[in-house]
Ligand binder design. Structure first.
Ligand SMILES: Cc1cc2nc3c(=O)[nH]c(=O)nc-3n(C[C@H](O)[C@H](O)[C@H](O)COP(=O)(O)OP(=O)(O)OC[C@H]3O[C@@H](n4cnc5c(N)ncnc54)[C@H](O)[C@@H]3O)c2cc1C
Length: 406
C-alpha cells in the first residue's frame, strides 16, 4: 500500500464529489492514497446531475457496444459496493428498449447484444402487450429488446455509499467548499477555495459536472449543459402492475429519434422523463420551476404509450445534462497538465458507469494498465473540426445491423 505523500499534504485533490468524484475518491482512498475532496454543495444534493432517486443501468447498450465491457465491470463494482456498504443500491427489474425495428435504440441494443453474446430477447408489439398487460401499448410494427440485466440504481444512496467508503479509508472530504481556482506544476497542484484556504496535492481530478467549464474555460466550447425535467405520477394500479417485480425500466424511441424513458414505482410513483431536448443553460442560472406545459407534454406521451397507468401528477424536478457533441464521455488527462485529470461522464447516460470509471481514473493516476480502453473519451476528439457535426447522442452514427440479424 503506498504511503501518504511526505512532501505534499495529499496525493490527490478532487474538485466535485458528485457521481464520478465520489467514485474516484472511493477507489483512490481504498488504495491507500491520501485524498482530499471538496464540493461546493453537500453531496448527495439536488443541484447537479445526480439526483431524482433513480438511474437506469442496462447491459445491451444502445449507444455503442464499446461500452459493454465497461458496464460489465461497473455491475461487478456496484455489487461489491452494495455488499461492502450494506445499502440497497441496485433494483433488478429488467429493461425494455422499444421503437421501430430500425430505431437507434433497438438496433443499438441488438448490436451490443450480438457483439457481446448477451442474453436479450427481441419482442414483437403483441408479445410486449401480452407480457405486460394493461401497461405498455406499442403500435403494431414496434418491437422491443428485453434486457434481463437492466435495473435501477439509487443515485443518492450510491453517492453516500461511495463517500462513506472513501471517508472510512481515510479520505478528507469537505462539503460546502467551493474551488475558485487551481494551478498545476510538474509535480504539484494547488486548489484555492472560496474561503481563502488552499489544498496542495501531487495530482488533481476535476469532476465538477455541469460546472466543469467554470474550472477549465477551454471546455466551454465543448460541453453544453442542458436543463432536463423528471416527473413523477401516481400509478393507477389496482394490480400493483408498476412495481419493480412486474414492470421493467424502459426507454422508448418514437417520432423520429425522440426518446422518453421511465422507471417502476418504488414508492414515489411512476417516474418518467424525456431524454435530451432540454434547453441549453448556464448552470449558475437554472430555472428550477417546471411549467404546466412541460407536465402536459410528458402526460401526452404517457397517454399515448402507457394509457391508463398514470394518475395524478405528483411532482417534477430539474436536473442537468453536460453534453459532448458526440454523446461520449470526457475522461482524460488535461492536455497541458498530465497530473490533472478531467472527468465528465455525462451526456445523460453516465451514472451507471461511475464505479468502473472511478477505478479507471485511479489507475490513470497510478499509471497502471487500464482494464478497458477509455480512448473514445479522449479530450482531443472534441477539438477536431468535425466533432460538432455529430448529434448529441452517443454513437448515433455507429448503429448498423438490423432486426433480421438477431
Ligand atoms: C434527469 C437525468 C437523468 C439521467 N438518467 C440517467 C440514467 O438513467 N442512467 C445513467 O447512467 N445516467 C443518467 N443520467 C446521467 C448521470 O446522472 C450523470 O452522468 C452523472 O450524474 C454525472 O455525474 P458528475 O459527477 O459528472 O456530476 P455531478 O454528480 O453533478 O457532480 C458534480 C459535482 O461537482 C460539484 N462542483 C461543481 N463545481 C464545483 C466547485 N467549483 N467546487 C467544488 N465543487 C464543485 C457539484 O456541487 C457537484 O456535486 C441522468 C442525468 C440526468 C440529469
Amino acid at each position: 500500500m503506498p504511503a501518504p505523500t511526505r512532501d505534499r499534504e495529499f496525493d490527490i485533490a478532487i474538485v466535485g464529489l458528485g457521481a464520478i468524484g465520489s467514485a474516484a475518491a472511493y477507489h483512490l482512498s481504498r488504495r491507500g492514497l491520501a485524498v482530499c475532496g471538496v464540493d461546493r454543495f453537500e453531496p448527495p444534493h439536488d443541484m447537479g446531475s445526480s439526483h431524482g432517486s433513480s438511474r437506469i443501468i442496462r447491459e445491451a447498450y444502445a449507444e455503442d457496444p464499446l461500452y459493454v465491457p465497461l458496464l460489465q465491470r461497473a455491475y461487478e463494482l456496484w455489487e461489491e459496493l452494495e455488499h461492502a456498504s450494506g445499502r440497497h443500491l441496485l433494483t433488478h427489474c429488467g429493461g425494455l428498449m422499444l421503437g421501430e425495428p430500425e430505431s437507434e435504440l433497438v438496433e443499438g441494443a441488438q448490436l451490443s447484444a450480438r457483439q457481446h453474446g448477451l442474453d436479450c430477447k427481441l419482442l414483437s408489439a403483441e408479445a410486449v402487450r401480452q407480457s405486460w398487460p394493461d401497461t405498455f401499448a406499442p403500435a403494431a410494427g414496434t418491437v422491443a429488446i428485453f434486457d434481463p440485466r437492466a435495473g435501477v440504481l439509487a443515485p443518492e444512496s450510491c453517492i453516500e455509499a461511495l463517500l462513506d467508503g472513501a471517508r472510512a479509508a481515510g479520505a478528507r472530504l469537505r462539503a460546502g467548499a467551493e474551488a475558485v481556482a487551481w494551478s498545476a506544476e510538474a509535480q504539484s497542484v494547488q486548489v484555492e477555495l472560496a474561503d481563502g484556504s488552499r489544498i496542495e496535492a501531487r495530482q488533481l481530478l476535476l469532476a465538477a459536472g455541469p460546472w466543469m467549464a467554470r474550472l477549465e474555460p477551454a471546455l466551454a466550447q465543448h460541453l453544453q449543459v442542458t436543463r432536463q425535467v423528471m416527473h413523477w405520477f401516481e400509478v393507477l394500479d389496482p394490480g400493483h402492475r408498476a412495481t419493480p417485480e412486474r414492470f421493467p425500466a424502459f426507454m422508448w424511441e418514437h417520432d423520429s429519434r425522440r426518446i422518453f424513458y421511465g422507471f417502476p414505482d418504488q414508492g414515489e410513483g411512476l417516474k418518467v422523463a424525456i431524454h435530451h431536448e432540454g434547453e441549453s443553460i448556464d448552470p449558475e442560472h437554472v430555472e428550477r420551476d417546471v411549467t404546466p406545459d412541460e407536465v402536459a407534454r410528458i402526460r401526452a406521451l404517457l397517454e399515448r404509450y402507457l394509457p391508463g397507468v398514470a394518475g395524478a401528477w405528483l411532482r417534477s424536478a430539474v436536473c442537468l445534462y453536460t453534453n459532448t457533441a458526440d454523446g461520449h464521455f470526457l475522461v482524460d488527462r488535461h492536455p497541458e497538465h498530465p497530473n490533472v485529470i478531467l472527468a465528465s461522464p455525462c451526456s445523460g447516460h453516465g451514472f451507471k458507469f461511475v464505479t468502473a470509471l472511478g477505478e479507471a481514473i485511479a489507475d490513470l493516476f497510478e499509471h497502471r494498465r487500464l482494464r478497458f480502453s477509455i480512448e473514445p473519451f479522449r479530450f482531443d476528439r472534441l477539438t477536431r473540426p468535425d466533432a460538432n457535426r455529430t448529434r448529441v447522442r452517443a454513437g448515433s452514427a455507429r448503429f448498423v445491423g438490423s432486426v433480421r440479424d438477431v
